[in-house]
Ligand binder design. Structure first.
Ligand SMILES: *Cc1c(COP(=O)(O)O)cnc(C)c1O
Length: 393
């Protein structure tokens, strides 16, 4: 165990590529540079590597290889899933259901469909970020074609009751898509157990490279139809045209294989480090509060509110620790996190909150250092405000 600066605790926004992943990729950036669609020896080598990666990724989910479509990342997968289903099933019905705590990739895609004549119900969640299956049932009508619910939240880590929601969707003949970007590779996610029809996920959230993602598309019981959103050479069985990003896909496959092998042990280790972080913070910092569900949460996630502080300023002062207030994908927006607002935090509480994301590479020393620094910085930043109050200014 050791601590090297900077300490990286922003693993919900991206993760460090595992050295085994980088090693697997290197030959495909150098001598094995072929186009996986080419019909000659150089192309066949690339194609073999892509198909091997497809097996590794499929195995992680308990899926068939024909059910995995490679994309550039989860955002593209989500767009393909939701728009592709809307286009394929739009003649059957024009209503979609999702939740207020979804990632912008889902919410913004649904907004685009609203402009194209679909109606979207955005369901509220409870104070711990949980969506109730009965809310989903109440929102369903004969027009509903798709429910899109994330497997685990990228800010507060809450794990959705996907089995129940999936069973409900099945019984009503409605399709279920899940943005499982934070779940796949971190917690067990098995499509033979969870009745989900489409699953979006991404390599760079599970110690793979950026630029590769996948969409799982169920091929039987039921067989899902999907209209492609990128037209061209007919790659990925016509569902996603464009030359395959072979090195990134090879890295994705290796990341999936490593995750499958080490997940169980890693979940234990990381969740106990996370618990040490939360307990340390709560015992050292007055009024610090944990957001999200106390048990139903990702092993690597903690999200805490430090009333009386501005998280941006706290993070800025701890330059040697990479942390964020919320989703990197909406960090261009000055609005406080829509996820924290959806679980009932007011504006001031939302901007006083910090997200912690641990990983395979997080050590106990890093956790202890972070607790100490945080206690010091929060205390210092709270103090001047108290002084000002005391002098009546
Ligand atoms: C990171 C993330 C995405 C976007 O993934 P990219 O691969 O970066 O496009 C989508 N959904 C969730 C929940 C995420 O955490």
């Amino acid at each position: 165990m050791s601590k090297t600066l900077p300490i990286y605790l922003d693993n919900h926004s991206t993760t460090k590529p595992d050295p085994r992943v980088v090693e697997a990729m290197l030959p495909y950036l150098t001598e094995r540079y072929g186009n996986a669609a080419s019909e000659h020896g150089v192309g066949w080598v690339a194609r073999g590597a892509v198909e091997n990666a497809r097996e590794q990724v499929a195995a992680l989910l308990g899926a068939g290889t024909e059910e995995i479509v490679f994309t550039s990342g989860a955002t593209e997968s989500v767009n393909l899933a939701i728009k592709g289903i809307a286009e394929a099933y739009g003649s059957r019905g024009r209503h979609l259901i999702t939740a207020a705590t979804e990632h912008r990739a889902v919410l913004d895609t649904c907004s685009v469909l609203e402009r194209h004549g679909f109606s979207v119900t955005v369901l509220p969640v409870d104070g711990q970020g949980l969506l109730s299956p009965s809310e989903v049932e109440r929102a369903m009508s004969g027009e509903t074609i798709l429910v899109s619910i994330m497997a685990a939240n990228n800010e507060i880590g809450t794990i959705a009751p996907l089995e129940e929601i999936g069973a409900l969707c099945r019984s009503r003949g409605v399709l279920l898509h899940s943005d499982a970007t934070q779940a796949v590779g971190r917690i067990p996610f098995d499509v033979s157990r969870v009745p989900v029809d489409l699953v979006s996920f991404s390599a760079h959230k599970m110690h793979g490279p950026k630029g590769a993602g996948a969409l799982y598309v169920r091929s039987s019981a039921p067989r899902i139809r999907l209209v492609q959103q990128i037209d061209g050479g007919g790659h990925e069985r016509g569902v996603r045209s464009g030359t395959a990003n072979v090195p990134a896909i090879v890295g994705f496959g290796e990341a999936a294989a490593v995750a499958a092998l080490e997940m169980e042990e890693e979940m234990d280790r990381i969740s106990s480090l996370r618990d040490r972080l939360v307990e340390g913070i709560i015992s050292r910092i007055n009024d610090a509060r944990l957001n999200g569900h106390p048990e139903r949460r990702l092993p690597n996630n903690a999200n805490l509110t430090f009333p009386g502080t501005e998280a941006d300023r706290v993070i800025l002062e701890m330059k040697e620790i990479a942390l964020s207030t919320g989703s990197a994908c909406s960090s261009a927006s000055p609005e406080p996190s829509h996820v924290l607002r959806a679980i009932g935090l007011d504006r001031a509480e939302a901007v006083a909150s910090i997200r912690f994301g641990l990983s395979r590479f997080t050590t106990g020393e890093e956790i202890d250092y972070t607790i100490g620094r945080l206690a010091e910085v929060v205390e210092r930043q709270r103090r001047p405000a108290e002084k000002l109050q005391n002098t009546g200014r």
